[in-house]
Design a protein around this ligand. Sequence first.
Ligand SMILES: [Zn+2]
Length: 138
Amino acid sequence: MMITTKEVSRRIEEFSNKCKEKKFPLTPQKTAIFSFLAGTTSHPTAEEIYGEMQKQFPTLSFATVYKNLQKLKDLLLIREIRVGGQKSRFDARMDDHSHLIYPNGTIVDAELDTKKIPVPAGIHPKDIKKISVHFYLS
Ligand SMILES: [Zn+2]
């Protein structure tokens, strides 16, 4: 699925508003990392994000990129997707959505109506914070 430039702008605006709200100091690097993530559906790894950031900030270290990704994740501005045995991937799409996971590690957004998923026995629907289903493909 393509992301429209309107949606990318909306995500970046929401990002800068949330940063202000949380008093999270914005640096050009953090903004660049988020903007890159907001504009891609590829669910890149930290290494891929670092590779992209080096084009803009040649002196930026991998450790700084990684630390910023963790901070953005802690502030719920991005999400980290961990798939067993594979490198973590990052996603700036924060609404409830699911993923198709290919054997080579590629992750693609899956449009799935999570409201139609039955609530597990013994769980109250109001206790469910988020639903994310991963479909592992062969
Ligand atoms: Zn996603």
